[in-house]
Design a protein around this ligand. Structure first.
Ligand code: UD1
Ligand code: UDP
Length: 374
């Protein structure tokens, strides 16, 4: 049974669902969504044509972590009791991941953790994700670590080598799948262009634009205030540069975004994009400003410099490779970081070397190889 609930988990589990679907003579597969996210999850289910067997439909507007955790835990325990899967696969570090792993633990059902071993070792950043993944790691039987570094983290925590499998990140499988689908289909490309043209009234295929996303809980309040003020400063400083920002549906994000960034000619506040549209737009972007986890993995593969608006990252591989730079939620650092990329060609070229330390697109195959032996 695969369990997920948010947009990024769905994107990263989708290629695994599809790989398992190809082997239904061997695997009895159940897909359970908690629907910790609703619209943003449905966008992904739709793109990857996934119809969940179980949908707990739990999202509430402005949900609080204790309520969300306890409802997932209670509901998932019932689901696991009923279906008695041989293994539960969870992903990453969300509340869905934590509560599902706990429910599996209480039901004595083994857990496989996809994207295991990412760490900042700071329980406050990312919050609560660092806690979620460490606890999930305690419960996990099979750790599917994306990189050597994530394997090293697990080994240093005393986890047995035999239960760790370095697979690459399934996000690269998803990215390859989507890029291939777009590349080989001219009609699809035309549709994508039409959709993006409808929300972006400038020549986004030829003019420079900065792609922005932000949603981390530790940036709520003061962090977002500084981030959005920095973007406003940049938009005023560089009137010919466009800033495209698909705004996360969390009102802790959308409210201050609209208060600070609405009404500028070169800032486009748009709805969350479907994954395919987002990746297509990412391909045309000049640089990325984000606090997202997944985008730190995708953008380097497409040779896009990323400025990460966080104090630390659990994905230092791309920082070491030079494609990702941390600027925190520091207004001065954000403005300086973007300005340098816009003004210094050499610096831009150095950061935009296509580089992918996160996988070769075969992560799902490696996970299935393990699942077949269980
Ligand atoms: C969650 C994850 C985070 C992940 C992020 C991906 C936790 C604690 N956080 O954060 O790790 O990086 O998803 O985006 O698990 N909302 C909607 N519609 C949607 C989705 C969200 O309206 O489709 C609004 C709702 O008001 C919801 C709120 O956003 O209550 C927050 O959603 P939640 O899943 O609790 O937190 P995220 O900040 O999205
Ligand atoms: N993404 C998307 N539409 C958008 C913005 C992002 O499909 O409008 C995708 C993006 O390509 C990446 C994932 O969503 O795969 C990242 O999700 P998010 O930043 O919400 O969560 P995180 O990765 O930080 O957990």
């Amino acid at each position: 049974m695969l369990v997920f609930g948010t947009r990024p988990e769905a994107i990263k589990m989708a290629p695994l669902v599809n790989a398992l679907k190809d082997e239904l003579d061997y695997f009895d597969l159940k897909v359970c969504v908690t629907s910790q996210h609703r619209e943003m999850l449905d966008q992904v289910l739709n793109i990857f044509n996934i119809k969940p067997d179980i949908d707990l439909n739990l999202m509430k507007k402005n949900q609080k972590l204790p309520n969300l955790t306890s409802s997932i835990l209670n509901k998932m325990q019932k689901v696991l009791k009923k279906f008695q899967p041989d293994i539960v696969l969870v992903h990453g570090d969300t509340t869905t991941t934590l509560a599902t792993s706990m429910a599996a633990f209480y039901e004595s059902i083994p857990v496989g953790h996809v994207e295991a071993g990412l760490r900042t070792y700071n329980l406050k950043a990312p919050f609560p994700e660092e806690f979620n993944r460490q606890i999930t790691g305690k419960i996990t039987k099979w750790h599917f670590a994306p990189t050597e570094l994530s394997q090293q983290n697990l080994l240093s925590e005393g986890i047995n080598q035999s239960s760790i499998i370095v697979t690459g990140n399934t996000v690269i499988d998803a990215l390859h799948l989507i890029l291939k689908r777009i590349d080989k289909d001219k009609v699809r490309q035309k549709n994508l262009k039409n959709i993006l043209n409808a929300s972006l009234p400038f020549d986004w295929q030829n003019e420079h634009f900065v792609l922005v996303t932000a949603h981390r809980r530790e940036n709520f309040g003061n962090g977002f205030l500084k981030i959005f003020t920095a973007i406003k400063e940049l938009a005023l400083k560089y009137p010919k540069i466009h800033f495209v920002y698909p705004v996360h549906l969390n009102s802790n994000v959308s409210k201050p975004v609209n208060e600070i960034l609405n009404g500028f000619d070169n800032i486009y506040l748009i709805k969350p994009l479907e994954y395919e549209q987002f990746i297509y737009l990412l391909k045309y972007s000049y640089l990325v400003l984000t606090d997202s986890g997944g985008i730190q993995e995708e953008a380097p593969s497409l040779g896009k410099p990323v400025l990460v608006m966080r104090e630390s990252t659990e994905r230092p591989e791309a920082v070491d490779a030079g494609t990702v730079k941390l600027v925190g939620s520091n207004q001065k650092k954000i403005v300086e970081g973007v300005s340098r990329l816009l003004n210094d060609k050499k610096h831009y070229q150095k950061m935009s070397r296509a580089h992918n330390p996160f996988g070769d697109g075969l992560a799902c195959k490696r996970i299935l190889d393990v699942l077949r032996t269980i």
